[in-house]
Design a protein around this ligand. Structure first.
Ligand code: GDP
Length: 308
């Protein structure tokens, strides 16, 4: 994960080591290299500019403190600012006071929503919750059965259109409707009736942003008033994630971001851009195809990982 960015940043900071005092020229040179490393990582330009300006200002104004040598001080500043652009504090799920908590997933097709629905359900179960999945991706052939397989693997019930399509335990959960908004609404009502305390709604995605998709997701949001709307985005698309995020922010609105496929992302541009640009926290990270390849996103841990 982010290997090339880590290597580049390590190189940029290496030259400062062993220096007793840093001149402005040293800091300018290091910042230039960090800037290039971030641009190469496909971080969005305004984010890079803001980041470099802050690092430069703090590094030049840094008092020489007893505990850290100048190079360590710059590393600490870079670390702090990385934590900042990654979101600062860890943002946890907001659970509804009155169950069920509704979590809606939105994003482009292939972003990893359906896979994520299973991982999230598995994680919720481990946290002591009783989640139910609702299959509202009625667009992509096979999406409903994929969710059912994922649900079975995670050991959670799946509410799906059509009678008899439920798996994951005894009893059939389902509704005879081909309308995703109806399925979502019926799913939440069913969860309430059956005392599931969290409902995860999987929605349809298209290959590109389109108005119909936005409208459908927005209608599902309106019908189910979710406690969280998670924008799911493939980290491997780099700063294109930002464009997609902006479209979803306008078309549907979301409360948090989930980065998927971090295992395949050597660069880190999506992770480092999306929080700053959208103002919404990255809440979870997905880094593989197994149920366990998933965790709450911790900005501080991610920054330490990037800096090695
Ligand atoms: P959806 O269209 O948004 O529902 O996307 P899917 O859940 O079907 O995922 C699309 C593809 O990405 C599938 O082949 C998944 O196995 C794969 N995938 C999902 N999440 C991850 C991840 O974190 N890492 C990797 N390597 N692959 C993933």
């Amino acid at each position: 994960m982010f290997d090339s960015l880590s290597d580049r940043l390590a190189d940029a900071l290496k030259d400062l080591r062993g220096k007793g005092r840093l001149t402005d020229a040293d800091i300018d040179r290091t910042c230039r290299e960090i800037r290039l490393a971030l641009l190469e990582a496909d971080v969005s330009l305004p984010v890079v500019r803001g980041f470099i300006a802050k690092v430069k200002e703090r590094a030049k104004g840094a008092e020489v403190s007893g505990a850290l040598n100048p190079a360590q001080q710059v590393v600490k500043i870079v670390n702090d600012e990385l934590v900042g652009i990654l979101g600062g504090e860890t943002r946890r799920v907001t659970f509804a006071k009155k169950p069920p908590t509704v979590i809606m997933l939105a994003g482009l097709q292939g972003a990893g929503k359906t896979t994520l629905a299973g991982k999230l359900a598995h994680w919720l179960k481990k946290q002591g919750h009783s989640p139910m999945l609702v299959a509202c991706d009625l667009q992509r052939p096979g999406a409903v059965s994929q969710l059912q397989i994922v649900g079975e693997r995670a050991g959670v019930k799946v509410f799906a259109p059509h009678p008899g399509t439920s798996v994951g335990g005894e009893g059939t959960l389902g509704v005879s409707s081909g309308d995703p908004v109806e399925v979502a609404r019926a799913g939440v009502a069913e969860a309430q009736a059956q005392h599931f305390d969290v409902v995860v709604i999987d929605t349809a995605g298209r290959l590109g942003i389109d108005e119909e998709l936005m409208k459908q997701a927005s209608d599902i949001r309106e019908a189910t008033t979710p406690d969280e709307v998670l924008f799911v985005v493939d980290a491997m698309i780099g700063q294109d994630a930002v464009t997609t995020a902006e479209a979803f922010a306008t078309g549907v609105g979301f409360t948090g971001v989930v980065l998927t496929k971090l295992d395949g992302d050597a660069r880190g541009g999506a992770a480092l851009s999306v929080r700053e640009v959208t103002g919404k926290p990255i809440m979870f990270a997905s880094s593989g195809e197994k149920l366990e390849d998933f965790d709450v996103f911790h900005p501080d841990r991610m920054a330490s990982r990037i800096l090695g």
